[in-house]
Ligand binder design. Sequence first.
Ligand code: ATP
Ligand code: LTN
Length: 338
Amino acid sequence: MENQNESKKVMVSGIQPSGDLHLGSYLGAMKNWVALSDEYQCYYCIVDEHSITVRQNPAELRRRSVLQLAQYIACGLDPQKNTLFIQSHVHEHAELGWILNCYTMFGELSRMTQFKDKSAKNAENINGGLFTYPTLMAADILLYGAHFVPVGADQKQHVELTRDIAIRFNNIYGDTFVVPEPYIPKVGARIMCLSNPTSKMSKSDPAGCVFIMDSPDEIARKFKRAITDSDTERCIRYAPEEKPGVANLMNIYSSVTGKTYEEIEAEFEGKGYGAFKPAVGDAVIEALRPIREETERLLADKAYLKDIYTEGATRAQYTARRTLRKVAKRIGFVEKPF
Ligand code: ATP
Ligand code: LTN
């Protein structure tokens, strides 16, 4: 088992427990995680240290971190096959994050779109952590020798920066880090807000955001109210520029059913938005139902969840410690006496 795992390529990803998981996080990231967990050796993290770059309520942060672990398992990640853990339980992330700060340029961090967006939204709290967020993410990835990082399209820039940091470090000190690649799904990479299809679906706009834990009634209501396009054509056709609302619904429908855009156009030929929107809603309800129900079941067993994150952190730390020791040696730190 151990040997078999060691020959597999490595995947690493994480989600912040800063809000409830939604259809964007599921289709853009988690759905891929599950599909790939047989083929790769996978580490999936609950990145609570990233979350505190934006002010959090402590009780809510704790509750959501455990909820998110239950959701990882409920969406199909087997905790025996995948290493599921909480970032702050493995202190090597913060340590390597600091080191990587010293190999990352101010200009590079200033160009990050997420930093610009989040500082515009949190003008009263543009802290150092928000700025150096990508170096901690680089540490998450490089500690485990990840070959691939399954994320939504919005995270591509951060993975590219991680590559640049790894290459820079390797050029100075010799081969140390595996240079990772982003792994972005063909459909579902960028789910847009249902009430404003030109911005990405995000927990900060709950009306246009479908949460994994939403009830079927809530999901149906959100899809019925989804903004479609004000064209007179009113037919179901994939044209993201002209009809972004319909394109977004087609993207969602395609991601949950596996149907192609041509198949969807044929299915709804001669039918209008009135038939299409509830059909997408129903497909999403059925896709999310087992995840929601299993999450509720798992949440009732806190001792089991604690066992999972304890074992996950132990396994993750074993690898993280080895990488950090190698890095410390290359840089010239005196070997740790303990
Ligand atoms: P928000 O903007 O809602 O705060 P976030 O980017 O902080 O969201 P995370 O929960 O940290 O969301 O993202 C988890 C994963 O889900 C990442 O891989 C991200 O790329 C992906 N993701 C988030 N939103 C979307 C979306 N609307 N469409 C596709 N993928 C998404
Ligand atoms: N930055 C990501 C979350 C994240 C992550 C990671 C993703 C933190 N560390 C490591 C992949 C790999 C986000 O905001 N969605």
